[in-house]
Structure formats: structure tokens, C-alpha cells
Design a protein around this ligand. Structure first.
Ligand code: HEM
Length: 244
């Protein structure tokens, strides 16, 4: 075990544990009510919020990498790596509900009314995360969350408005990435002829198919026609908008 010197990095100081581990104040304690499970309820939410902070940290780095004028190959894999980390954190976070489910509804009722009107609905990081990913006010089902927030939190959410989102950064990067068109290579043209060749082969297979009855043959050929016409609409804005 290494000796501690005053200026050496020390575990609990480095992690500011005195702040984190002293940050749980059950309302039931204040009310003098025995509610053992409130501590679990508080720590689960705090753990979520810490992980929201980590996800946001990864997300901001990905947005800034993708928002550069030119994104280097290795930066693309950094983005993929960090998005994968975000996805792993979200998956693990959902697992945290299995721990919370060890709290029975009755145990929850011991302290639930003491928390009213507080709710995850007021989670600033959750809202900012939604916005930074690309959820705009217009696309929201329920826009009333701001009314449930105190002014200092409202300000934090409003600060996220108008910033480039992951959705926008990704779209701009895709539009700028020259893999669609080079002198020798026209992606859409190649793509169209490859798919048309597949349909042609399917038709030939059906025409030669020994077992199919005439009726079955007609039905299958019709469905290829349908699939091909909706595929071709990708290349014709008018038909495409009509289909939308
Ligand atoms: C016993 C456990 C929980 C119960 C009973 C519960 C209950 C609710 C309810 C009823 C809502 C709807 C809004 C409202 O009426 O206030 C809500 C929203 C929400 N809760 Fe929870 N919650 C629980 C645990 C959690 C945890 C652990 C988190 C993690 C941070 C969380 C985050 C959220 C968020 C972000 C919303 C807003 C969802 C949205 O509007 O899209 N909740 N919760």
C-alpha cells in the first residue's frame, strides 16, 4: 500500500466522495417516518443522473468531432466508439430498474407522498440529452416539462436550444462525405442498377420455378413490381413525396 503524502492524489478527495456520499437526504427522515427504501430511490436517481452526465460528455465530443469541416477517418471510429459507449451506458442504466423493482409498491408508498410534486419529469439532464440528440420542441409529444421546472433549471434547458444536435451534425457529415460521388463512382446510379439487377434475377427465378402454379407466379411477380416501383420512387421526388 503506497504511503499518502499531503499532495499525492487521494481516492476520496479525487472522487469528491464527501460531496457524493453526503448528498442523500431522505424526506422521510425529515418527516420522522421510517421508510427504509427511500435511500435506494434517491441513490438510483443519482446514479442515473451521473450516467446522464457521462452520456452528455460523450455526446458533446461526438457532435464537435462531426461538426468539423473535414472529419478524419480515425475520428469517425472515435465517434462510433463513443456512441457505442453511450448505448452501453443506456442499456446498463435500464438494468438499474431491476434493482429499483426490489422496492415493493407498499414500501414506495411509505415515502411517495412526501416527494410530491418532484418527479423525473423535472430532470434537466434528461431534457437536455433529448435536445442534444435531436428532439426538437415541435417533435415533442408533451412540451409542458418547462412549466414543472424552477427558473435556474429552465435556464439550463434553454441554453441547449439552437445548438447543433447530433442528428444535424450527422446529417451534415453524411452530406459532406464524398462517398456518394467521385469522378469514377456515382453511388446512387450504382445502387439503382444493383437493385434493379436483383429484381430482374428474382423475376427470372420465378419464371423458371418448376413448382409454382401460374396463379402463384402472377402474385409473386406483382409483389416484385410493387417493391420495385416504391424503390424507384427514391429517384423521383414527386412520386416519393406522394408515397410519403
Ligand atoms: C419507483 C420508481 C419510479 C416511479 C414510480 C416513477 C414515476 C414516474 C412518473 C409517474 C412519471 C410521469 C411524470 C409524472 O407524472 O411525474 C415519470 C417520469 C419520468 N421519470 Fe420516473 N419514476 C420512477 C423512477 C425513475 C428513475 C429511477 C428515473 C431516472 C432518472 C426516472 C426518470 C424519469 C424521467 C426522466 C421522467 C420524464 C419522462 C418524460 O417525460 O419523457 N424515473 N416517472
Amino acid at each position: 500500500m503506497s504511503q499518502t503524502h499531503d499532495d499525492s492524489v487521494y481516492y476520496s478527495e479525487y472522487l469528491q466522495l464527501h460531496k457524493i456520499l453526503e448528498a442523500q437526504f431522505p424526506e422521510s427522515d425529515k418527516a420522522g417516518i421510517e421508510a427504509h427504501d427511500e435511500m435506494l430511490f434517491i441513490i438510483t436517481h443519482q446514479a442515473f443522473e451521473l450516467w446522464f452526465k457521462q452520456i452528455m460528455f460523450e455526446l458533446e465530443s461526438v457532435i464537435s468531432l462531426l461538426s468539423q469541416k473535414s472529419v478524419q477517418e480515425n475520428e469517425v471510429s472515435t465517434c462510433v466508439h463513443r456512441i457505442h459507449r453511450m448505448e452501453s451506458i443506456l442499456r446498463m442504466s435500464m438494468e438499474q430498474f431491476t434493482i429499483l423493482e426490489t422496492m415493493s409498491a407498499l414500501d414506495f408508498m411509505d415515502f411517495r407522498d412526501l416527494l410530491h410534486p418532484a418527479s423525473g419529469f423535472q430532470s434537466v439532464q434528461f431534457r437536455v440529452l433529448e435536445m442534444r440528440l435531436g428532439l426538437t420542441q415541435e417533435k415533442r409529444m408533451n412540451r409542458s416539462f418547462l412549466t414543472a421546472m424552477k427558473d435556474f433549471d429552465k435556464k439550463l434547458v434553454q441554453q441547449a436550444e439552437g445548438k447543433t444536435t447530433l442528428f444535424e451534425a450527422l446529417q451534415t457529415w453524411l452530406e459532406h462525405t464524398p462517398f456518394l460521388e467521385t469522378e469514377e463512382y456515382l453511388f446512387w446510379q450504382e445502387y439503382k442498377s444493383a437493385v434493379s439487377a436483383t429484381y430482374a434475377k428474382d423475376r427470372a427465378d420465378i419464371a423458371e420455378h418448376a413448382i409454382l402454379t401460374d396463379e402463384e407466379r402472377i402474385i409473386r411477380l406483382q409483389s416484385i413490381d410493387q417493391a420495385e416501383s416504391s424503390f424507384n420512387s427514391l429517384f423521383d421526388e414527386h412520386t416519393y413525396m406522394e408515397l410519403i
